[in-house]
Write a protein that binds this ligand. Sequence first.
Ligand SMILES: [Zn+2]
Length: 401
Amino acid sequence: MCNVYRRFVDHFAQMSAPMTSMLKKVEPDRLPELDEERRSAFEALKTCLISPPILRLPWLGLRYSLDTDASDAQIGCTLLKKHDDGNRYPIGFWSRTLSLAERNYSTTEKECLAIVWAIQALRPYLGRERFTVNTDHHSLRWLMNLTDASRRLARWRLRLAEFNFDVTYVKGIKNCLANALSRIPATGGTTVPIDEEIPCFSVLERMLRPRNPASKAAITHDEIVLTQHSDPFCKEITCHLQEGEGVAQIRLFKFFMNKKRVFLMYLAHYPAASGHPRRRRLSYTLRQRYYCPSMLVDAYATVRRCSDCAKARIKLRKHNAKLKTFPPMGHLEFITIDILGELSRTPRGNRYLLVISDRYSKLTRTVPLKRITAETVSQAFVTHLVFVYGASVKLLSDNGS
Ligand SMILES: [Zn+2]
């Protein structure tokens, strides 16, 4: 790992000499002890790796690449950016140990776990960018095209569907950064398992996103004119204007957009510079320059589909504690009642069924009723349950809702 960046470290050979001397085969079976001189050389090399000019800030406009690797007990990744001088400079190094359950995964699953974990951990960097994942496991090149993947791999593939990336195979010897990180024992770091729930909204969001990253640039005037000429709604409006039906004198400053409205919504909401405006703000901003009949509805739908906004909404919720269950501990402790109907009228004139159930014993009684009033329901409850089995401790009812 140090050798990869040796050309960026001044006096590398001199600095690493105490470490290099350990590789001499004086004692072939075991490495010599790490004395004070060697320890300080090791610390100095570590400091060089996590300082400029090796470690750099993420520069806008350059493409990210993510090197990942997995060993038997650990996974690691490096996030890099390729600069104009042709070199890839790291932005950070991450690794974590595998839990006991994860150590039983197959090699493919471990390598895939490294990719899923790395992408999820680095979501703030990679969420809206196109990037490359480098792995030394050849079969993961086809990760996004697997047809007979195991259930776990299929779930992970869906989890990654919202990200825009290519998987590239590199030989193990060239994947030395991630290789080292997956083998140097790490302390700390979370081993929280990957969420197994399939994020449906993420798949939808990816479908909406423009496929060509170059098309993320703002829409041009020529494009607007071209779209207006081929849009039936715009054609109709132009026709009315040419015929002079009332509005011909008004200067047409708003662009009528029907075809490109999804793309416009994307431009006005998703990029970091737009700042994810809420629905009213989004429709107000777009109305300044564009018009289409369904603009307000589209703005509402765009904000509702956005996964980032959904996460922000969850954080804002006041009551997000988990629901509790109330298991019954004995007979007649918890009685539930509900009304079934309105059903077809019986010869005796009954149209409803009062269903009474004991949650502990599952004993269920049904009482036909002609009318639903507080009086008829309470009378049926007392007659058919309390007088027969005894009074209950708690009564659960949805009160007709
Ligand atoms: Zn949003």
